[in-house]
Design a protein around this ligand. Structure first.
Ligand code: NAP
Length: 289
């Protein structure tokens, strides 16, 4: 059993922290900017909550964060009340936010200067993956810290991989998002086309999902796409944040991402339709408006 702090109890963080406590059996202290969520978490799971990230991280073996973007991350780590102010020597900082590789490297350098280790460890698998404790975790950092942290991360994960040095976890997550962007647009176009062609879409998916067109998105999203239901899941605002990170990194490394850039603009149109918090499968709504 380790002493753990978890900062950021959003859609993902709330159940992840729960698994660290209940499945992992760790001693967990949580922090959330909106305190009501931290109080609710403690009422549900036990453990303790702290009023600042620094207070939560004090004396802990492992400190996790799962917040929104690079700036949020800087606030909870190196900000005035950030957890880096109080982390003890030889502890490990693990960030599950989807952020840039740049901020991951920046935090790793600051951690090293402070005498503790840092791992960038973004996740995939969505809200359901977090709730069921079966996330995929892509990690960047030193092998020694990875080996010590992996058994703890396992509490909420099905697959945990060390991808390379600091930033490599975030770079892997970028590949994940690049691969999803074009795929969801293709699925939306296929279903939209099928509807115009007058076919039974459920039947179409039943048959083609067993062949080469099958995907997690097809399996898990076709029903809601057919029904035009998007008020759940992975928000378009988050996806645009992620694709922005991918496109910026591609500017740096020279990769060509024409489809990713196009789908990013399609998501901008979904936002203009009021779909900021809609699931990313709402690319279908843009075609059918
Ligand atoms: P969310 O529900 O919006 O939660 C965000 C969390 O971060 C909240 O606890 C929020 O606190 C906190 N936060 C944001 N800015 C902060 C700041 N400046 N200072 C302190 N706390 C701050 O988001 P989520 O869906 O859990 O996603 C979290 C991260 O995981 C994102 O990077 C996202 O891209 C990534 N992710 C999400 C999914 C998914 O399916 N949702 C899947 C994979 C990866 P408050 O409660 O006070 O607002």
């Amino acid at each position: 059993m380790a002493s753990v702090a978890f900062l950021g109890l959003g859609v993902m963080g709330y159940p992840m922290a729960g698994h660290l406590k209940n499945k992992g059996g760790h001693d967990v202290t949580v922090y959330n900017r909106t305190t009501a969520k931290a109080e609710k978490w403690v009422a549900e799971h036990g453990g303790a909550f702290a009023k600042t990230p620094a207070e939560a991280a004090e004396g802990k073996d492992f400190v996790f964060t799962c917040v929104g973007n690079d700036n949020d991350l800087r606030q909870v780590t190196i900000g005035p009340d950030g957890c880096f102010r109080s982390m003890k020597a030889n502890s490990i900082y693990i960030d599950n936010t989807t952020a840039s590789a740049e901020v991951a490297r920046e935090l790793a350098a600051q951690a090293e200067a402070g005498g503790f280790a840092a791992l960038d460890a973004p996740v995939s698998g969505g809200q359901a993956g977090a709730e069921n404790g079966v996330l995929t975790v892509m990690v960047g950092g030193e092998k020694d810290a990875f080996d010590r942290a992996k058994p703890v991360i396992d509490s909420f994960a099905r697959m945990v991989g060390l991808m390379g040095p600091a930033g490599a976890g975030q770079l892997t997550k970028m590949i994940n998002q690049i691969a999803i962007a074009g795929l969801v647009q293709g699925l939306a176009e296929g279903l939209h086309f099928g509807r115009r062609a007058g076919l039974d879409l459920e039947k179409v998916v039943e048959v083609i999902s067993k062949g080469a067109a099958g995907s997690w998105q097809m399996e898990n999203r076709h029903k809601t796409m057919i029904a035009g239901k998007y008020d759940f899941g992975f928000a378009v605002d988050w996806m645009r944040k992620d694709l922005g990170i991918c496109l910026e990194e591609a500017d740096r490394n020279g990769a060509k991402l024409p489809v990713t850039a196009l789908v990013d603009q399609f998501y901008k149109e979904v936002q203009q339709m009021g779909g900021n918090r809609w699931d990313t499968s709402s690319l279908m709504a843009r075609l059918e408006r």
